[in-house]
Design a protein around this ligand. Structure first.
Ligand SMILES: Cc1ncc(COP(=O)(O)O)c(C=O)c1O
Length: 360
C-alpha cells in the first residue's frame, strides 16, 4: 500500500475536517504547517503546552517560529484558555492544544479565544488521544482549524507517520503540501532519535536532582543537530497498519481505558493519585502524580527493577528550550510516573504495578 491507498477522505470526514495530508512524521506535518504560516505572515510565535513532546517545539523552531510555553492545569496536565490567553499577542501564529496522555484538554473551551483571534491558527494535537470523545460525545480533534495525528508502534495507531487535517478556517492544503524538501530523509534516523531521547532524559534527570537552570543553554546548543529527525519527506510508511488502526480503534480504545481503570481503582495510596480521564477517553499512558518528586523517583526505580514499564514524561519544555517559569508544569513534571495500558499488557503486570505504588 502507498499513501494513495489510504482513505484520507474518510479519515477527514470522521473528524468533520475538509482535507487530510499524509506526512512521514507528525512532527514533519507540524513543521510544514508552521513554515507555511511563517512564509505567509512572517516569523512569530507558536504557543504550546509546557508539558509536551519536545519534537513539537523543535518543529516550530526549525520553521523559524519561537515556541512560547503555556502552563498547564494541575488536574488535567493540559493548558487552559487562561494560560494561553496570557501569551497571545500580535506575533502569535498558532496555538497547539495537546490532549496529553489522552486527557481531554477541552478544545471547546478555546472557542472564544479562537473567535477573538481570527489570524491565529488553532491546532488540536491528538497524537495521544485519537478515538477519544469529549463530554458531549464529539470525537477529539474535530473542533479547531487543524488536527494532528501521529502513528507509531508506541502510539494508539501503528504505521509510522502523521496526518494533518484541515478545517474550515485552514490554509489551502496545497500551501502546505510542498514545503518539505524532497531531499529531506524519508525516515527519521534511528540513531538521532535515540540521541534526542537520551539527551532529554539525561537533562531531565539532572534537573530533577539539581534544579540547575543552566540545562536550558545545554540543550539550545544541540538543537541544530536534530533537524533531520523532525523534517522528513515522503508519507506514511505502513498505510495498512494505519487503516487497520482506524478500523480497530474503538476496540483498542476500550481495552486501553479498561486497563487505565484498573490502575484508577487499584491505586489507593494517599501519596499517589491517578490523573482522571473521563469514560470515552483514549488513554495513551496512565499518568500517576506522586506526592513528592522523591517518591516518584523511588517508585520508578522499584517498578523498573520489577521489570515493569514506567516513564517520567514530560520534562517541562520551558526548562529545556527557555521561557518564563511555568510553576504547575515544573511541579507536576517532577512528580509524574506514567504506566503502560497497551492492549496486550498482562493483567498481572498491572496488578504488580498497583501493589508497588500502594506500598511505596
Ligand atoms: C503529543 C505529540 N505530538 C506530536 C508528536 C510528534 O509526532 P511524531 O513522532 O509522529 O513526529 C509527538 C511525538 O511523540 C507527541 O507525543
Amino acid at each position: 500500500m502507498n499513501d494513495s491507498d489510504l482513505d484520507l477522505r474518510t479519515i477527514a470526514d470522521r473528524l468533520s475536517m475538509k482535507a487530510a495530508l499524509p506526512f512521514a512524521r507528525g512532527s514533519s506535518a507540524l513543521f510544514a504547517l508552521f513554515q507555511a504560516f511563517a512564509n505567509r505572515h512572517g516569523t512569530g510565535e507558536v504557543i504550546l503546552p509546557a508539558l509536551c513532546c519536545e519534537s513539537v517545539a523543535l518543529a516550530a523552531m526549525y520553521a523559524g517560529l519561537k515556541p512560547r510555553f503555556a502552563d498547564v492545569c494541575g488536574d488535567t496536565l493540559c493548558m487552559t484558555p487562561e494560560t494561553v490567553g496570557q501569551l497571545v499577542n500580535d506575533s502569535t501564529r498558532a496555538v497547539v492544544i495537546v490532549h496529553l496522555f489522552g486527557v481531554d484538554a477541552n478544545a471547546a473551551a478555546f472557542r472564544e479565544l479562537r473567535r477573538a483571534n481570527p489570524t491565529v491558527a488553532f491546532v488540536e494535537d491528538i497524537a495521544h488521544a485519537v478515538g477519544g470523545r469529549t463530554l458531549c460525545g464529539k470525537l477529539l480533534g474535530s473542533e479547531m482549524d487543524y488536527t494532528l495525528l501521529s502513528f507509531a508502534e508506541s502510539k494508539i495507531i501503528a504505521g509510522d507517520g502523521g496526518i494533518l487535517l484541515f478545517g474550515e478556517r485552514a490554509l489551502d492544503p496545497d500551501d502546505v503540501r510542498s514545503i518539505i524538501p524532497a531531499s529531506a530523509p524519508t525516515k527519521p534516523p534511528v540513531v538521532l532519535a535515540m540521541n534526542l531521547r537520551n539527551v532529554v532524559h539525561s537533562l531531565a534527570d539532572l534537573w530533577r536532582t539539581s534544579n540547575d537552570l543552566e540545562l536550558v543553554t545545554a540543550f539550545e546548543s544541540l538543537t541544530p543537530y536534530f533537524r533531520d529527525l523532525i523534517i522528513c519527506s515522503g508519507g506514511i510508511s505502513d498505510t495498512e497498519a494505519v487503516s487497520d488502526g482506524f478500523e480497530n480503534l474503538e476496540d483498542v480504545r476500550m481495552i486501553r481505558y479498561a486497563n487505565y481503570s484498573l490502575y484508577r481503582a487499584g491505586v489507593q495510596a494517599t501519596h499517589a493519585k491517578v490523573v482522571p480521564l473521563r469514560e470515552g477517553s483514549t488513554c495513551w499512558r496512565c499518568p500517576v502524580l506522586f506526592s513528592t518528586p522523591q517518591r516518584a523517583r523511588d517508585t520508578t526505580t522499584k517498578l523498573r527493577s520489577a521489570g515493569l514499564h514506567a516513564s517520567n514524561h514530560y520534562f517541562p519544555l520551558n526548562l529545556l528550550i527557555g521561557g518564563e517559569p511555568k510553576p504547575i508544569a515544573e511541579d507536576s513534571s517532577s512528580r509524574i510516573v506514567n504506566l503502560w495500558v497497551e492492549p496486550r499488557l498482562p493483567r498481572n503486570e498491572i496488578d504488580a504495578a498497583i501493589a508497588i505504588i500502594n506500598r511505596s
